[in-house]
Design a protein around this ligand. Sequence first.
Ligand SMILES: Nc1ncnc2c1ncn2[C@@H]1O[C@H](COP(=O)(O)OP(=O)(O)OP(=O)(O)O)[C@@H](O)[C@H]1O
Length: 490
Amino acid sequence: MDGQSSLILSDSTRVGTRIIESLLPLLRYRYFRHAATFIITLYAFVRFLQSQGRKISLNYLSASIHFDDSHGLYHTILSWASQRFAKARRLKAAPNESRQQEEPEMDDGTDLSEIFHVGRWSAKTQVYEPFYGKYWFLDGGRLFLFERRQERRTYNYFHQGDDENIVLSTPGRSTEPIKGLLKTIKDWELEREKPYTTVWVPRSKDTRRFQTWKKIAWRRSRSLDTVILDKKKKDILVADINKFIRPRTAQWYAEKNIPWRRGYIFHGPPGTGKTSFALALAGLFGLQIYIISLLDPQIEDSDLILFFNSVPRRCLILLEDIDSAGLVGGQRASNSSKNGGGRSNVGISDEESTGRISLSGLLNAIDGVASPEGRVVVMTTNYLDKLDEALIRPGRADLTVEFTLATKHQMRGMFTQMYGTETCNINELADQFVATIPEDKFSPAEIQNFLIQKDYLQAVNDIVAWKDKALKAKRDRELKRQTAKDGDGR
Ligand SMILES: Nc1ncnc2c1ncn2[C@@H]1O[C@H](COP(=O)(O)OP(=O)(O)OP(=O)(O)O)[C@@H](O)[C@H]1O
């Protein structure tokens, strides 16, 4: 420490000591002591009255609606509040990875040859939410309170976690004004350029006691136009869901005593758009998506029933790659293993199997008595012919939709979609592009992967070389597979 700073320190110590010394005589006066005690007591009393008054007014003189974070509207309200209280003094940096918010459309400031540093960029594009606490505001001349709370939950001896909820309150005894506010918030959400889809997956086994599902994403809905399919197939499915989810249909099912449920099977090679189409359908109809992986070792038959029973009334349940879950041929995995067939995850024995789902367990969950009405189940598979008849019978799978390797129509659509905004003769270039690639050889995912690396001229110029190389690679892989199979057979 240099001489100057030690001088300042000793000066301030001396001043402090002098103040205390000058106050000491005052404390000797009785009246002063009484006055000080009175002021402190009065202050504590006023604070007590204030807090009690607040409690009484919130509990008895106000109406409120609570939303926990598993509620479909939770993120809509939070997102609305983030805009409304953007200037609040205490904000919380939104966990971008879980919210999957829209990326701010700002220039990243670097050209393609420079290294783009995600950390530096994301520091500039951080999204904020109101911090936990209370926020009073006026809407339509009425006073409201938005409260964001965090509550510690003990799931079991080893596991604790934080659950969040939002409470909207208003003075008075009726919740109607809050419902009116919620309508405003919903309209605000609808008026946003593109709607969002909420994606849920099951919580881990230890934390399922209080809530079954965990939100993993809240993302912009994929537009149906971006999944390029045969128009007829698309129209049939869209019309089917559109009819199914209407209240009138629900009533009809109830009158006829038929369970109001719908199931679809999407089958086809990998990368042909099965998952993308399911997501786009959910976005189109405003359905939340619940994804169940039958390969999850933490999922047993009883869990499946719990999952199906705890989804909301109208939603889309996505059961992906249903053929790879040990359900092939209606038997547990062990049988296919003993027969030596199938892919590795199918061909595991019961003892080795980490998956604990049986076909009957899955069928029970789908048809369960307590399974909610109005849900749409989409099952995806690469191998329709390997599925058990029981799974694909009408009632469980009402429509079966085939997804094929890219047709000329699809390749054309993908090309125009990729470069449609460029100033070029898009139709002519698309014709040129499509003329060079054979149909039914590449998946739309492969075509997409090629296109995203090129501009429109490169795409047209490089497609022949790419096609030859890709076809050769496919032939080589097939040859290797065949040789390995022949070797095993010997
Ligand atoms: N028909 C299509 N139209 C537009 N894009 C497509 C189409 N099919 C696939 N894609 C693109 O390919 C990628 C993979 O698609 P997706 O995951 O939907 O395929 P999938 O059939 O579900 O594959 P898998 O059977 O391996 O699960 C996505 O990025 C998607 O945009």
